[in-house]
Unconditional design. Sequence first.
Length: 120
Amino acid sequence: MDESDPCFGNTWELAGMPIKASYCNAWYTACFQDKFCGGADGNFFSCAELFSPSEQDDDDDNTLPSWAIVLIVVLALLFLAGACLFGHTIRREIKGDPLFKPLTQQTNPMEASSERGGGL
C-alpha cells in the first residue's frame, strides 16, 4: 500500500454519520448473499484483474432439477395413455361394439323367478 495515495486509509469514508439501524439492516439483508469482488486493496474496480471464468458459480443456471424432469415425463406418459384409451373407446363406439355396455335387464320379474324354479 502506498501512503502517498490520496485514498490511503479510506479518506473517502464517512465517519460518524447518523444512519438508522433499520436502514443498515435492510441493506445487509438485501445484499448478504451477493458476492462482491475486491482484492486485498478493497478496490471494487480491481475485480477484472482477479476474475476468471472458471470461478463462476453454477447456482445461476436455468436447468430443471432431475425430479422435475421425471415428473414431466411421467405426466406426459399418463396423458398419452389416457388419450389412447379415449381414442380406443371412441373407435369401438363407432364400430357398434361399445366398451361400456348397459346391463341387460329382464322386463318381467315373473319370468325371472319361474326360470329359477321358484314362484311368488
